[in-house]
Design a protein around this ligand. Structure first.
Ligand SMILES: Cc1ncc(C[n+]2csc(CCOP(=O)(O)OP(=O)(O)O)c2C)c(N)n1
Length: 333
């Protein structure tokens, strides 16, 4: 007698995003998807592949090549009771959307004393490492973490991508959902299609350690975990935290870790100046000063535009740079 199993196949991060949208489009009639080529074409990275065939042109909407139109439609629909999921094709093309996001979406609830909300998700393929030209590789998350009324999140695994996107779609306020495109297809994980959302206000401790805390998000989680492996071989025990939700920041998880390790290395690919690492470093200075036994280290992109592909990997934080920063923190105490 043959036995069949219903165990779900392992899927990539981008397939997990498609799975989450598919689930919520089935579950909630007010959910729509819109953006450039998200329909028949299935999206520039294929995040919406197959959705148009299933749900049709009224729910999977191809827009003109105009980001202001996408943002305006999204805010309008969200404020009138729908749950739009908009796609900005690349990080560097979202700037024309900022007026709608900052001046309208983010303050809809405040402005109307709660009469209207803006339950929208803006999905943004984010960051470098795919050998793309200008406007296609930017790490601009910090800009949005400074805006009251927005949630800013970034998954770094297929399971977190699924659970966090479901939560973002169900959230009553606007969510900027950054997707690290470098790891869209990096590895596969089993992601049950059970409709279980994850919280949008927690950091994830991905590896326990006792000597130094590595804090990062998005594609750099991979480098941080690899650095932790290398450090382990040198007898240095590194804890790795995926921030995952940047706004609101679950600082308690970071502070608790640093209270045990006394050392912190923050890793992000955005430029150093006023990057989100500066916020975490400032919070450590304010709230964890007496736990620290070494200066906080930041391993970041440089204060310039991310270069074209020949130099791109030199710009992005490497495993070696993270390891060196952790060694410096160890040597400082
Ligand atoms: C402002 C902006 N948004 C998005 C893109 C990404 N993008 C590059 S080519 C392209 C499709 C262009 O389609 P079309 O104008 O029909 O020209 P085709 O390449 O199909 O001939 C898009 C959306 C871009 N380059 N600029």
């Amino acid at each position: 007698m043959s036995t069949t199993t219903n165990a779900p196949a392992a899927i990539t991060l981008i397939e997990a995003l498609t799975q989450a949208m598919d689930y919520e489009l089935r579950a909630d009639d007010s959910v729509v998807v819109l953006g450039e080529d998200v329909g028949v074409n299935g999206g520039v990275f294929r995040a919406t592949a197959g959705l148009h065939a299933k749900f049709g042109s009224e729910r999977i909407i191809d827009t003109p090549l105009d980001e202001t139109t996408i943002a305006g439609l999204t805010v309008g629909m969200a404020s009138q009771g729908m749950r739009p999921i908009a796609e900005a094709q690349f990080d560097g093309f979202m700037y024309p959307m900022v007026d709608f996001i900052v001046c309208h979406a983010a303050r809809m609830r405040y402005r109307t004393r709660g009469r209207l909300t803006c339950p929208m998700v803006l999905r943004v393929p984010w960051g470098g490492g795919i050998r793309a030209p200008e406007h296609h590789s930017e790490a601009n998350e910090a800009i949005f973490t400074n805006v009251p009324g927005l949630r800013v999140v970034m998954p770094s695994s297929p399971q977190r991508a699924y659970g966090m996107l479901l939560a973002a779609i169900r959230e009553p306020d606007p969510v900027i959902f950054f997707e690290p495109k470098r790891i869209y297809r990096q590895y596969k994980e089993v992601v049950p299609d059970d409709g279980e959302a994850l919280p949008l206000d927690v950091c994830y401790v991905l590896r326990d350690g006792t000597d130094v805390t590595l804090v990062t998000w998005g594609a750099q989680v991979k480098e941080a975990l690899e650095a932790a492996e290398k450090l382990d071989a040198e007898g240095i025990s590194a804890e790795v935290i995926d921030v995952a939700t940047l706004r609101p920041l679950d600082f308690a998880t970071i502070a608790e870790s640093v209270s045990r390790t006394g050392r912190c290395v923050i890793v992000h690919e955005a430029p150093k100046t006023a990057g989100f690492g500066a916020e975490i470093a400032a919070r450590l200075a304010e709230e964890s000063m007496y736990d620290l036994v070494a200066p906080v280290e930041r391993v970041t992109g440089y204060d310039t535009h991310i270069p074209l592909f020949r130099l791109e990997m030199k710009y992005l934080p490497s495993v070696e740079r993270v390891v060196e920063a952790a060694r410096r923190a160890m040597a400082a105490s």
